[in-house]
Design a protein around this ligand. Structure first.
Ligand code: SF4
Length: 330
């Protein structure tokens, strides 16, 4: 790829390290991860619960409570600005306007005592130069855009009066109301039934196409990744252990952890579910205080060698754009 054709990075995370203190001890949850998010792409951050994916995403908007959390090192570059160093007032301006976030549970960000319309109108008034009348009109358009029927009426309803799928759509409408350049979506479809999940994924893909927004998608669901992401980062024990374009990585996963994740997903072949037992990854993600030496995955790895117990592999490019940290590929 020539310099001219290189995609523009919207966000660059460099050597991010995050710790939490517990009982007077500092425990590292994110261990120096680096990645970039290109303009108009969907980048998926995958891994089991406790691998550090949500913590690292929350840190982009400095939403980690400090204390007990603490950013030990690193930069999060958005344009020329390091978000970790922006004054609090300026960061509040950026939240919602330039970078927005949607959560698994819409009630996390919807205010139960305000109508959904009022909440979106307030967001528009705070971040854009718009009159209340125009904000109301735009809110109706946004609700229509996310396929909420009768938006003029729904505008006046409270979050508890809407179904789970409607609340999720409302949260998406609020998140995209100011046309953010980056949308962070943390398990946005996990709590929804399969049909609504598919609709929400379609909606996100469509909004991305229309606005050239970039999406950082946090999920443990590889089916969702295959559906809408272009690149994927696999996290384990606070580190990125594999990354690459979705198609290449799904066709030929290199890290045994990625292979384990993929083998634990049901597949369909010729319209019929394959008749085989789903395999699971034995053991659990290590606790923050007990990350093993060497390769952190070695106690669970079916391919572990002697040196895996003591020597730590580094993230290296195995093929162009596809990186992995495993002694099998160093
Ligand atoms: Fe398994 Fe060793 Fe590779 Fe770690 S470095 S994933 S233990 S083979």
């Amino acid at each position: 790829m020539t310099q001219k054709n290189m995609p523009t990075s919207e966000l660059q995370v460099q050597n991010l390290k995050i710790a939490f203190s517990s009982n007077g001890e500092e425990q590292v949850a994110v261990r120096g991860i680096s990645y970039h998010l290109n303009q108009g792409e969907t980048l998926a951050l995958v891994g089991e619960s406790g691998c550090g994916k949500t913590v690292s995403a929350l840190s982009i908007l400095r939403l980690i409570p400090q204390p007990p959390g603490k950013i030990l090192d690193g930069k999060i570059l958005f344009g020329k600005d390091d978000l970790l160093k922006l004054p609090a007032k300026e960061l509040r301006e950026r939240r919602g306007r330039d970078i927005a976030m949607i959560f698994q549970d819409p009630m996390t960000c919807l205010n139960p005592v305000l109508t959904v319309g009022e909440q979106i109108i307030e967001t528009l008034l705070r971040h854009t130069a718009i009159t209340r009348t125009a904000a109301r009109k735009k809110t109706i358009e946004l609700l229509r855009q996310v396929d909420i029927p009768s938006p003029e009426q729904k505008l006046n309803q409270y979050p508890h009066q809407l179904s789970g799928g409607m609340r999720q759509r409302t949260m998406i409408a609020m998140a995209v109301s100011c046309s953010p350049r980056v949308l962070i979506a943390d398990e946005p479809t996990t709590a929804l039934d399969v049909l609504v999940q598919a609709q929400i994924l379609d909606l996100l893909a469509q909004l991305k196409e229309e606005t050239l927004m970039s999406i950082l998608l946090i999920t443990h669901d590889l089916g969702v990744v295959a559906e809408i992401a272009q690149r994927v980062l696999v996290m384990y024990a606070g580190e990125i252990v594999e990354s690459g374009p979705v198609q290449g990585l799904f066709r030929k996963p290199l890290h045994p952890y990625t292979t384990g994740l993929m083998n634990s997903v049901p597949t369909l072949e010729h319209g019929q579910e394959k008749i085989h037992r789903l395999s699971e990854i034995s053991g659990t993600v290590p606790s923050l205080s007990q990350t093993p030496p060497g390769c952190p995955f070695h106690p669970r790895c079916p391919s572990a060698e002697a040196r895996c117990q003591t020597e730590k592999p580094v993230l290296k490019e195995a093929t162009p754009g596809h990186t992995v940290s495993c002694w099998l590929h160093q």
